[in-house]
Design a protein around this ligand. Structure first.
Ligand SMILES: [Zn+2]
Length: 184
């Protein structure tokens, strides 16, 4: 990847990534803008420089916000967050899928007044969803891997760590696996 295509990893003021999945990144243009607006500190830089007629500047590879952003206490109930809560794993066959291969399964089916809510929706692959159909689990031979629940932001953040993007610059690694390294 050329340096001009290289985004900066964005950390909160506590030096943890703003988000693991999707990983909080910003384009080099936005990085440079935020540096000049004094919103971020540069923590690491790429080796390569960009030049203007008057200055040369090493592009940031890791930035930290100067003002701490509080994580949302109650994550939004969205498809993505449900799948992330379940680790993108079908809650019946326990295989991992991509977001476009997963569906919502209502434990108590909608036709029986089941709600579309954190406590009644699990991630299911198409096959398992079809197999279960509009039945209660007790009328099937299927097993639920984990009872659905309302996740905290921390839970989602932790699960997000299981999904590193294809491109990880080496200067990012210390900040992405901070906790794991401390534990080891
Ligand atoms: Zn399945």
């Amino acid at each position: 990847m050329s340096v001009l295509g290289s985004p900066a990893l964005v950390l909160n003021a506590d030096f943890r990534p703003l988000s693991y999945y999707p990983l909080s990144l910003c384009s080099w243009q936005d990085s440079v803008k935020s540096v000049f607006l004094n919103r971020v500190s540069i923590i690491e830089r790429y080796d390569q420089e960009v030049h203007s007629p008057t200055i040369s500047f090493k592009l940031p590879s890791v930035l930290a916000l100067k003002d701490y952003v509080m994580p949302q206490r109650k994550p939004a109930f969205t498809r993505f967050n449900v799948f992330l809560r379940d680790n993108f794993t079908c809650q019946y066959c326990h295989d991992r899928y991509s977001a476009n291969e997963l569906t919502f399964d209502h434990l108590v089916p909608r036709c029986l007044n089941g709600k579309t809510s954190w406590n009644n929706v699990v991630s299911a692959c198409t096959n398992c969803n079809l197999k279960k159909g509009r039945r209660l689990l007790k009328f099937t031979d299927m097993k639920l891997f984990k009872k659905p629940f309302r996740p905290s932001s921390i839970h989602l953040q932790n699960n997000g760590r299981n999904f590193p993007p294809n491109f990880l610059h080496e200067s990012w690694r210390d900040y992405l696996y901070w906790d794991t390294e401390l534990q080891n």
